[in-house]
Design a protein around this ligand. Structure first.
Ligand code: F3S
Length: 296
């Protein structure tokens, strides 16, 4: 078995910052609650639960005396307004790259521009961004949907447009949508908002999948960036999404396995997977070295 770990596998800056914020509150002896799971990772969520951190769906449900942490996905403005109205103590760990999208959404409306956001309308990050719009706006999932929108709304092509993408939007799909957009829309200002961490991770995953016999993508099943990595890799070789070492499939001897992990996968889980793989491979894998490489 030959294993190669993508150099950008695992936690991104924004997720790291949000998870750190919760652990810091606990270190300071404070009670904490998170608005939704802080991260799409069941192990971290259950570790926090054991330490008394509860996950609430609405600011109103925050236990008395707890500091409410807003996760890296961010929230609509109406939610921060409610937090303030309730007088809750709050740490806003919205990723600064997502905050930039909140500003773009708001400014577009204030300047009379239509805001086009490419992304998944059901994703909390997108719902958060849209919750900062103050004017006409659309969420579009791909080039085909853009084409349909432009055909059904002939005035849109000539309107002043502010165009951006969800931070985890597929980089290739973004290129496709921009090609369609630039052919038709004469007055669009386009912002490159796909997060570098995502673009880098997706590019490396693709390159690794191309030279591997099989790919392992480690991450939560409800993490959209992990799912995107799986979809990209699956175009090039059989790909397995696992949440942890207990879900590892059996690989034939001699298989070249590439490993990547979503932005919300902690180093400890990647390590656990590598240790287990080393064990089934008679400890012939230098997982410490691989892990260090991947987390540089
Ligand atoms: Fe932020 Fe990029 Fe992570 S937008 S949350 S650093 S994937």
């Amino acid at each position: 078995m030959k294993i190669e770990v993508a150099s950008s596998a695992g936690f991104c800056f924004g997720v790291n910052r949000a998870v750190d914020a919760v652990y810091r509150l606990l270190e300071e002896g404070k009670k904490a609650a998170t608005l939704g799971p802080i991260i799409h990772n069941p192990q971290i969520v259950s570790d926090l639960k054991e330490r008394g951190v509860c996950v609430v769906e609405r600011p109103e449900d925050t236990p008395p005396g707890a500091v409410l942490v807003i996760r890296s996905h961010g929230v609509p403005k109406s939610v921060t307004d409610r937090v303030a109205g309730l007088g809750l103590s709050c740490v806003d760990a919205t990723c600064p790259f997502v905050k930039k999208l909140h500003d773009l959404a708001r400014c577009a409306g204030e300047e009379g521009r239509t805001f086009l956001l490419f992304g998944d309308s059901g994703h909390p990050e997108v719902q958060g961004i849209i919750g900062h719009c103050v004017g006409e706006h659309y969420v579009i999932k791909d080039a085909l949907e853009l084409q349909n929108l432009l055909e059904n709304n002939s005035l849109l092509a000539n309107k002043p447009l502010t165009v951006a993408a969800q931070t985890t939007f597929n980089a290739q799909e973004w290129e496709n949508t921009l090609k369609t957009l630039k052919k038709v829309c004469t007055n669009a200002v386009v912002f490159a908002t796909i997060c570098n961490a995502t673009a880098k991770r997706q590019k490396e995953a693709k390159a690794l999948a191309e030279r591997s016999d099989a790919m392992l993508v480690i991450g939560g099943r409800n993490s959209s960036n992990t799912a995107k990595l799986r979809d990209i890799c699956a175009q090039y070789c059989p790909t397995y999404l696992v949440e942890g070492a207990d879900e590892l499939p059996a690989f034939e001897a001699g298989t070249r396995i590439g490993i990547t992990a979503g932005a919300s996968t902690p180093a400890s889980i990647i390590k656990e997977v590598l240790v287990t793989m080393a064990e089934v491979n008679n400890n012939e894998l230098n997982f410490e070295e691989m892990l260090e490489e991947s987390l540089k």
